[in-house]
Ligand binder design. Structure first.
Ligand SMILES: NC(=O)c1ccc[n+]([C@@H]2O[C@H](COP(=O)([O-])OP(=O)(O)OC[C@H]3O[C@@H](n4cnc5c(N)ncnc54)[C@H](OP(=O)(O)O)[C@@H]3O)[C@@H](O)[C@H]2O)c1
Length: 209
């Protein structure tokens, strides 16, 4: 049984990811907020230390969304919050987890970016830039962990069909969005032995939106 560390496990995507890993026979260590504040490096180290036994995968789903103003009107707080939630936490988690993941071959890192990382939208500079930084982080990790038999890949959803998105966009057609289960299946495959040759991939999953 593999030990899979999942951040953001309580989020709109997290439930589906936990379910598919568990259905595959893996043991999920779900890191929940506010028990852990992953914008803080010591909390990320504590999260990794909570894994009892070997660490086989880091699945970093945690992230946040804010914006709505052009750059000239974006407040410091919005910029810093997006960097803290989407980039700092990913860096702190990776830094803490990599030594454990390299203790045995086959370690896996999968992180969640966003389509905005490669196709920025106006009025979302902080979100766009933080997710673009996440992609660069994962591609760097891929280069660094390859020799240890590990991989690092990043998945870029468009809009996920979550309860929060349905509430925020009541007139949109959720049938065009990406079901959480579809993203979960992709993540679980990237974390599987079958994906051993896939490293540094930036994988779009856009549905029809
Ligand atoms: N939803 C979309 O349409 C969409 C599109 C593209 C990319 N994404 C990305 O996909 C990922 C998952 O999205 P989602 O819709 O599932 O997001 P979500 O529902 O907002 O879930 C985010 C998760 O991160 C946790 N979290 C937030 N701040 C934290 C902190 N400081 N320390 C520890 N955990 C923290 C949340 O816990 P609490 O709820 O307890 O705060 C929650 O479990 C995110 O990285 C997001 O940016 C989402």
């Amino acid at each position: 049984m593999r030990n899979i560390l999942v951040t953001g496990a309580s989020g709109g995507l997290g439930g589906a990811v936990v379910q598919v890993f568990e259905a595959s026979g893996d043991r999920v260590i779900g890191i929940s907020h506010p028990a852990y504040d992953l914008t803080r490096p010591e909390e990320c180290a504590r999260a990794v230390a909570s894994i009892d036994g070997p660490a086989h995968a880091l699945i970093h789903l945690m992230g946040g969304f804010a914006g709505g103003q052009p750059v000239a009107e974006t407040e410091d707080g919005t910029w810093r919050r997006m960097m803290a939630m989407n980039l700092d936490a990913a860096f702190y988690m990776a830094r803490a987890a990599v030594p454990r993941l390299l203790e045995q071959p086959g370690g896996r890192i999968v992180m969640i970016g966003s389509r905005n990382a490669v196709r920025p939208a106006a009025n979302l500079a902080a979100y766009n830039a933080s997710k673009a930084g996440l992609v660069a982080l994962v591609q760097t990790l891929a280069l660094e962990v390859a020799a240890g038999g590990a991989t690092a890949n990043v998945v870029l959803p468009s809009v996920i069909d979550t309860a929060a998105n349905r509430a925020a966009m009541p007139t949109a057609d959720p049938g065009r969005w990406v079901p959480p289960a579809a993203i979960a299946e992709l993540i679980v495959w990237l974390a599987s032995p079958a994906a051993a040759q896939i490293n540094g991939a930036v994988v779009p999953i856009y549905g029809r939106s």
